[in-house]
Design a protein around this ligand. Structure first.
Ligand code: GDP
Ligand code: IMO
Ligand code: MG
Length: 419
């Protein structure tokens, strides 16, 4: 009856939503611990495709789902998401932490304007207001869900809107002006809309762990987008790593039993920043087209490249991974030869570690594999795929517990359950 963290090992979009949903069958509680509407977690159920931004991906098995204090909540999008799910016949049994910070209409505008002002140093954010919401939180001027539902936000919202307008006018020199009256009216609507969902997330999860119930912690983004341990400054503004689950829910590290790393069978990245194994050729285009590698939130094409095991070893260390789930293996179908990066050439040396400050100067060292046409033969993996998987296990020292061979639940091979 464990507490399991599910975390991205690369730059996001590894298929966390699919694996969280799959593992939720045996879960009792599923809790999101960081990020906001920059996340897009896709769950395919029959003909229906759900792209969740805030509601945890465990919602489809009727579990209690929770949003921890480490998440930044855009109330407009959360309320819409709950309505969409409910209309589709999904029961949403949700608790939102009163300690979670709220993304208000000035945050996305500041986000887009700041990123534009960076010019060539642009991060390529999702423009959902994530950075500015976390900035307000750390600067101790943010609005929390508790403030919103208790109507104790007006004075601070007025002050924040005045500040945002000054930044827009004098610092960023953009024409946009925010209307405080309109924002306060929206806050009042959201206050009513969210009231019934607010509760004590840390207490609920700690009680659940104490009662030996199955708890899943759902990460958004991924290790290399982590504000502390990722490819700074090309990162998000939260801690997607496993340690972030303890902070973002309010549980002690001694309560965690397993950390499952989600690893795509190749690598993708949205937005700017270094990417040693990036492919600018036909294979990159193959991965993008067959893998449908277009951003869930922004629709931007994702950059694609070979699997990089230096990254997975680093993710294993930073997160204390106990095993892996390998996703999108089917996307490699039809490629004649495959490559896995097992080391880097860096400053004249061959290394197997990851110089995080200088990832842009790393040249990948590859091993080559035979490709395959058909991944599965009578439900069994082909020998070429087995060799590819064995190399990942050998190089990372991690067992691959789950192999995902398509977007649906049935396209999953479970070799060992995290429960
Ligand atoms: P997340 O942000 O980590 O939850 O991942 P996204 O949902 O943004 O992106 C993963 C995409 O790959 C989604 O469209 C999934 O439906 C899809 N997907 C997940 N697992 C597999 C798989 O094994 N094979 C294929 N072909 N698609 C998958
Ligand atoms: P999921 O949970 C992939 C990227 C953005 C940008 C950087 C900072 O679906 O895996 P932000 O808006 O967070 O300030 O943008 O992080 N990014 C993601 N990339 N998947 C995500 O989430 C992402 N969330 C943010 O593209 O490069
Ligand atoms: Mg995604």
């Amino acid at each position: 009856m464990p507490a399991v963290i599910i975390v991205g090992t690369q730059w996001g979009d590894e298929g966390k939503g699919k694996i969280v949903d799959y593992c939720s069958k045996q879960a009792d509680f599923v809790v999101r611990y960081q990020g906001g509407t920059n996340a897009g977690h896709t769950i395919v159920l029959g003909e229906k495709v759900f792209k969740l931004r805030l509601v945890p991906s465990g919602v489809f098995y009727g579990n209690k789902v929770l949003i921890g204090s480490g998440v930044v909540v855009d109330p407009e999008i959360l309320i819409k998401e709950i309505n969409t799910l409910t209309t589709s016949g999904v029961d949403v049994d949700l608790i939102v932490s009163g300690k979670a910070h709220v993304t208000l209409p000035y945050h996305p505008i500041l986000d887009g304007s700041w990123d534009k002002a960076r010019g060539r140093g642009k991060i390529g954010t999702t423009k959902r207001g994530i950075g500015p919401t976390y900035t307000d939180k750390i600067s101790r001027r943010g609005i929390r869900v508790h403030d919103l539902v208790n109507n104790t936000y007006e004075e601070r919202v007025r002050w924040n809107v005045r500040l945002a307008n000054k930044i827009l006018q004098y610092v960023l020199e953009v024409d946009h002006r925010l209307d405080v009256k309109e924002i306060l009216q929206q806050c009042s609507r959201w206050s009513t809309g969210l009231q019934r969902y607010v509760g004590n997330v840390s207490q609920t999860i700690n009680d659940a762990i104490e009662a030996k119930r199955n708890v899943l912690f759902e990460g958004a983004q991924a290790t290399f987008l982590d504000i502390d341990h990722g490819t700074y400054p090309f990162v998000t503004s939260s801690n997607p790593i496993a340690g972030g689950a303890c902070v973002g829910v309010g549980v002690g590290p001694t309560k965690i039993d397993q950390v499952l790393g989600i690893c795509k069978a190749y690598t993708t990245r949205v937005g700017k920043g270094p990417f040693p194994t990036e492919l600018d050729d036909d294979i990159g285009i193959h991965l993008q087209e067959i893998g449908k590698e277009f951003g869930t939130v922004t629709g931007r094409p994702r950059r694609c490249g070979w699997l990089d095991l230096n990254m997975i070893r680093y993710a294993s260390m930073i997160n204390g991974l106990t095993s892996l789930a390998l996703t999108k293996l089917d996307v490699l179908n039809g490629l004649e030869r495959l490559r896995i990066c097992v080391g880097y050439r860096w400053r004249g040396e061959n290394i197997t570690s990851l110089p995080i400050y200088d990832m842009g100067s790393c040249e990948p060292i590859y091993v080559e594999f035979e490709g395959w046409e058909t991944l599965l033969d009578g439900g069994k993996l082909c020998s070429e795929a087995k060799a590819y998987i064995a190399k990942i296990e050998e190089e990372t020292g991690l067992q691959i517990d789950y192999i995902s061979t398509g977007p649906k639940r049935v396209d999953t091979i479970c070799r060992r359950s995290v429960w």
